[in-house]
Design a protein around this ligand. Structure first.
Ligand code: ZN
Length: 243
């Protein structure tokens, strides 16, 4: 079985479409999993929800999804993110909002535990260090955990009591073996690792191979829509920087 893993789409329809095209070009997948933050920051929240729902039935909720439907206090967001949340709320249909509200905090799919932020704090904690990662292994039972939230592709491997970070380069396969791991596929709609291309992963269960892909998309098209929507300038410029 082949699974596509997408996180942090952030209402960036051009990026989502490019990633779905790329998946098709690679022969398609059996299932598409989403790790939350479908909306927030970007200019096309409803369009992204509707397109994602056509392809994906396995999805957990992110902090921006909850913020946009009033289920997470905007005090948890910085000024620009909170402004984008308020704008997003005005763009969602009732069906869109109900869908976001219906998403679970966590899901288990076979060997994988899916969560947006961290197993310990599902929509709030960023797993950015081995210290944070190692503590989180005791908060899920599955062998592997898939997270988003940082928008940076990175894996953490547990070996006895020691935890190490494993970098995920585009196209280079990571074989997930017996050791427990926490894996982040990077962000589709707002990458933050210095590479502005959309990031996602495909997991092939036959070879137990996890592979990151980076996809170019029309960044300027998304930025123009953000300008028209009057979204904060900092959110617009960061797309081309990948930060
Ligand atoms: Zn996010």
């Amino acid at each position: 079985m082949r699974y596509a893993v997408l996180a942090d789409i952030h209402a960036n329809l051009a990026a989502l479409e490019a990633v779905l095209d790329d998946i098709r070009g690679k022969g398609g997948v059996d299932e598409l999993w989403c790790l939350g933050d479908i909306v927030g920051y970007g200019p096309e929240p409803g369009e992204c929800i509707r397109l994602l729902r056509k392809h994906c039935s396995v999805c957990v909720v992110g902090n921006h999804d909850l913020g946009a439907v009033g289920k997470l206090d905007l005090a948890y967001f910085n000024t620009a993110a909170a402004a984008a949340c308020r704008w997003t709320a005005t763009r969602l249909s009732q069906v869109d909002s109900h869908y976001l509200e219906s998403l679970p905090l966590t899901l288990t799919q076979g060997d994988f535990f899916l969560v947006h932020g961290s197993p310990a704090e599902p929509v709030l904690e960023y797993i950015i260090s081995t210290g944070i990662a190692v503590r989180n292994f005791s908060f899920f039972d599955a062998r592997y955990c898939l997270v988003g939230h940082t928008h940076v592709p990175l894996a953490f491997k547990l070996d006895g009591a020691a935890c190490s970070a494993v970098s995920l380069s585009p196209g280079v396969g990571l074989v997930v073996g017996k050791k427990r791991m926490i894996i982040n596929p990077g962000g589709v709609g707002q990458p933050r690792d210095g590479d502005p291309r959309a990031s996602y992963a495909i997991y092939d269960s036959e070879g137990q191979m996890f592979r990151i892909y980076r996809v170019e998309y029309d960044i300027a098209a998304t930025q123009n829509k953000m300008v028209k929507a009057n979204l904060p300038m900092t959110l617009i410029s960061r797309l081309e920087e990948g930060r």
